[in-house]
Design a binder for this molecule. Structure first.
Ligand code: 48F
Length: 254
C-alpha cells in the first residue's frame, strides 16, 4: 500500500532529523558554489561536522553555465589534482585542462555529500550570531520566505567556524561588517571586486582565503570581493584551491 500520509511523515521526519543534527556543528558554510562544495568535502572527509546552506534549489552557483553558457570550465595545472580527487574528467589543451561544467558541479556535490557534509537547499543565511566578538553561527530562513517578503522570524544554528562562500556579493561578510564596523582587511571595510584580470585574480583568491573576523572565513569569489581583487571569469582552479585552503586552515584548528 502506498499512503500519502506515510510519504509525508517520512519526508518531514527525515528532513527534520538532519536539521536537528546540524544545530551545533564544527563548520557552517554559506553558499554551495564550487568553493563552498570543495571546502565542505575536505572538511567532512576529515571528520568535521559540516552543514552547507544554499539559497537556491540547486548547488553549483556560477559553475553550471561555464563561460557565457558554453558549458565548459578551464582549470590550470595547480588545481588539476582536485579535478582528479573529485573524479572530474578533463581534456588537456596546452597547459590547461578543460572540463564539462555540468559534470563538475554534479561531482563536487556528490563527493561532498559522500564525505558526510550535509547540504540544505532553499535556505538563506540572513544574519550571523556573534558572541564575545566571534562569529559563532548562522541565522537562517527559507529562501521562499525571504523572496515573498513574509515577516517570519528566522532560526539559528551554532558553529565553531563559519565560511562565507556566497560568491560575488560576499553576503555574510557584508552582514558582519554592518554589525561590527571593522573587518580584517587593510581598510577595515569590504574593498569591492575589481574588473576582470584572470591571472592576478587566480593567485589572489588563494591568498585572500582567510579569516576576516574571528570565527568567519571567506572563500572563493567572496574572498576577492572582500579584499578588492579582480574577478577571473570561467577559470575555476582558484575556486577549487580556495575551498581546499579554507578547509585546511580550519582543520588545523579543530
Ligand atoms: O557564486 P558562486 O559560484 O561562488 P564561488 O564558489 O564561485 C564563483 C564562481 O562560480 C564564478 C567565478 C569563478 O570564475 O567568478 O562566479 O565563489 O556560488 C555562491 C553560492 O552562494 C549562494 C548562491 O545562491 C550561490 O549558489 N548564496 C549567496 N548568498 C547566499 C547564498 C546566502 N545569503 N545564503 C545562502 N546561500
Amino acid at each position: 500500500m502506498i499512503d500519502e500520509i506515510e510519504i509525508t511523515r517520512l519526508i518531514v521526519k527525515n528532513a527534520v532529523d538532519d536539521f536537528l543534527d546540524s544545530l551545533e556543528i564544527d563548520v557552517a558554510i554559506a553558499g554551495g558554489g564550487p568553493s563552498g562544495l570543495v571546502a565542505a568535502r575536505y572538511l567532512a572527509e576529515n571528520k568535521a561536522r559540516v552543514a552547507l546552506f544554499e539559497r537556491r534549489l540547486s548547488v553549483g552557483g556560477g559553475m553550471w553555465g561555464g563561460g557565457m553558457l558554453f558549458p565548459r570550465i578551464v582549470v590550470q595545472e595547480e588545481a588539476r589534482e582536485i579535478l582528479d580527487e573529485f573524479g572530474i574528467k578533463y581534456k588537456k589543451e596546452g597547459d590547461k585542462f578543460v572540463a564539462n561544467s555540468i559534470e563538475s558541479v554534479a561531482k563536487l556535490a556528490s563527493k561532498a555529500i559522500d564525505s558526510g557534509a550535509r547540504i540544505f537547499n532553499g535556505i538563506s543565511v540572513e544574519d550571523v550570531i556573534i558572541r564575545d566578538k566571534r562569529v559563532s553561527g548562522f541565522v537562517l530562513n527559507w529562501s521562499s520566505v525571504m523572496a515573498a517578503k513574509l515577516h517570519v522570524d528566522p532560526l539559528a544554528i551554532r558553529s565553531e567556524f563559519c565560511i562565507d562562500a556566497t560568491g560575488h556579493p560576499a553576503e555574510v561578510c557584508n552582514i558582519v561588517q554592518r554589525k561590527v564596523g571593522r573587518l580584517n582587511t587593510p581598510s577595515g571595510e569590504i574593498e569591492g571586486e575589481k574588473s576582470m584580470w584572470a591571472e592576478k585574480s587566480e593567485t589572489l583568491v588563494i591568498e585572500n582565503t582567510r579569516e576576516i573576523y574571528p570565527g568567519l572565513y571567506v572563500a572563493g569569489m567572496a574572498a576577492n570581493a572582500v579584499f578588492g581583487a579582480p574577478r577571473m571569469g570561467p577559470i575555476f582552479g582558484g575556486m577549487l584551491l580556495s575551498g581546499r585552503k579554507a578547509a585546511e586552515v580550519i582543520l588545523d584548528q579543530l
